[in-house]
Every structure is written in structure tokens, then in C-alpha cells.
Design a protein around this ligand. Structure first.
Ligand code: ZN
Length: 69
């Protein structure tokens, strides 16, 4: 199953790849689980990692792993 972490969906539970992130736009609009890729974006703040969806082209900040509730 997938759990929304505030930015992207995360695989959670048996059979899910560890640390996998899925595009929230694709999942919510089409139900497709599209694995996000990481890319480096260079800004004035330096290089930051972000998620990139190869299907819809969406980009999302890489958030620190949230603590379990
Ligand atoms: Zn997408």
C-alpha cells in the first residue's frame, strides 16, 4: 500500500520497495503508481535533490523522512 508523506506517496508494507516514492499527481488522477526519480537542481542555495516524475513531468521537493505517528 501507499502512504502519503505530505509530498509524495511512499511504499509501505510487505512487498513494497524500501524508500520508493511515487508521483502523487499520477496516482490521484489515474491510479498509476509511477516511481519518481531523483535529480539534482542547482539554485542559489546550492544543489538540492528533488523528485522528478518521468510521466507527467512533476517535480517535488525531497522531504526528510517523517517520523512515524
Ligand atoms: Zn506524475
Amino acid at each position: 500500500m501507499l502512504r502519503y508523506d505530505g509530498t509524495v506517496y511512499r511504499g509501505e508494507g510487505a512487498g513494497e520497495p524500501e524508500g520508493a516514492a511515487f508521483c502523487p499527481r499520477c496516482y490521484e488522477e489515474t491510479g498509476r503508481r509511477v516511481r519518481l526519480q531523483t535529480e539534482l537542481a542547482v539554485s542559489r542555495m546550492g544543489a538540492v535533490q528533488r523528485w522528478h516524475c518521468p510521466v507527467c513531468g512533476g517535480r517535488y521537493p525531497v522531504s526528510p523522512q517523517l517520523a512515524d505517528d
